[in-house]
Design a protein around this ligand. Structure first.
Ligand code: ZN
Length: 369
């Protein structure tokens, strides 16, 4: 059991405070790594000590990593297959389940109070850089029923996390996931002249809001609105909708010009990668990315598509600080984005087709790499 007198945990918590005190996007990559790497090394040690499964998987990695890309990582799908936690059962405060489809086992993430609080705090700190500090009237592109379901889904967690930034929370969809036009129109009338926040999952915003407006020949006017959306592009890419099309259609149907996607996962709630004014996803001080060649798993060169490894300084209750995702991404640059933010910036290019990383040859033809 982890307790407050555990020297590794004590050291982790004090190093983490330094991250919290730092500006989210101001440090150059080398300065940032000097702060972030020691935190990740402490988490590696902590989880080795308290999670037998993690220990078994990474036992050839002894000692501290000297560089971020040397840290061991877990395949993200392991959270669907194993109960990975570094706390005792009585310290489990919340169990988060990722929104798997019916054919898929959901990922299960165990949170203690400290990790959960850290996630909320960091999510707020990161998103305040984009949204600002004041609480805005908020239109949520979802059904209020999502919060009533007994299982605590990643979608519900996302809405709860973002709700902090809003007031007068208004749900745009009814229980059948259809636009609730009277509610939407009343919201637009009431707040037409002021900044508002709109939040939803990317595919739902597209299908049940933007396309629904278009298909019904409707437009609304929220010229001071900020849309924040997340949740993956897979379904939109299938419909050949890219970020540019998404933004243009949004502008045409709602007048919203401020639209920011963020990339994050249920296995690392809180440490999100938010799109900047230049359309790039940025790694905040609390997190980083490494792009890896899907076949060799070596770090890819800048501009080359590879698997995205995500690192997060947040999880102390489960070994999720270094994960190899099944997403494909591309590193766009380091320290030199025109928006002014330092550190790495990148883009997501879709998902690895349904196959294991280093999949067997009979599934290889499905990959388009
Ligand atoms: Zn930027």
């Amino acid at each position: 059991m982890i307790n407050d007198s555990n020297p590794i945990l004590v050291k982790y918590l004090s190093l983490f405070e330094e991250l919290l005190a730092s500006d989210v996007y101001a440090l150059e990559q080398s300065q940032k790594e000097a702060l972030l790497l020691p935190v990740l090394n402490q988490l590696h040690q902590l989880h080795q000590q308290h999670c037998q499964a993690y220990q078994n998987i990474v036992d050839h990695h002894v000692g501290d990593a000297k560089k971020i890309d040397e840290l061991p990582y877990l395949a993200v799908r392991l959270f669907k297959q194993l109960n990975l936690k570094s706390i005792s059962d009585e310290n489990v405060f919340k169990v988060l389940q990722s929104s798997g489809t019916t054919s898929q086992t959901p990922a299960t993430i165990y949170l203690d109070k400290a990790t959960s609080a850290r996630q909320s705090k960091v999510l707020v700190k990161i998103l305040q850089q984009t949204i600002g500090r004041q609480r805005l009237p908020m239109l949520i592109i979802d059904s209020p029923d999502i919060l009533k379901k007994p299982e605590f889904s990643a979608r519900a967690a996302g809405i709860q996390g973002l709700a902090f930034f809003g007031r007068d929370h208004t749900y745009a969809l009814d229980e059948n996931m259809q636009p609730n036009w009277p509610v939407i129109e009343a919201f637009c009338q009431k707040y037409a002249e002021q900044p508002v926040l709109i939040f939803g999952f990317t595919f739902m915003v597209w299908l049940y809001f933007i396309k629904a407006l278009q298909n019904n020949g409707k437009t609304i006017s929220l010229p001071n609105g900020i849309l924040i959306h997340s949740g993956g592009w897979k379904k939109l890419i299938e419909q050949q909708v890219d970020n540019v099309t998404f933004k243009q259609t949004l502008m045409a149907t709602t007048g919203i010009s401020k639209c920011f996607n963020f990339y994050g996962m249920a296995e690392q709630v809180g440490s999100v990668f938010v799109e900047c004014s230049q359309g790039h996803l940025h790694a905040p001080i609390f997190a980083d990315v490494v792009i890896r060649d899907p076949f060799t798993l070596k770090e890819s060169a800048m501009g080359e598509t590879g698997l995205v490894q995500v690192l997060s300084a947040l999880p102390s209750s489960y070994p999720g600080h270094s994960l190899l995702t099944e997403d494909l991404g591309i590193l766009k640059g380091v320290d030199d984005c025109l928006c002014g933010a330092k550190g790495k910036y990148f883009a997501i290019k879709g998902r690895l087709p349904k196959t294991e990383v280093r999949g067997c040859s009979d599934t290889h033809s499905e990959t388009s790499l």
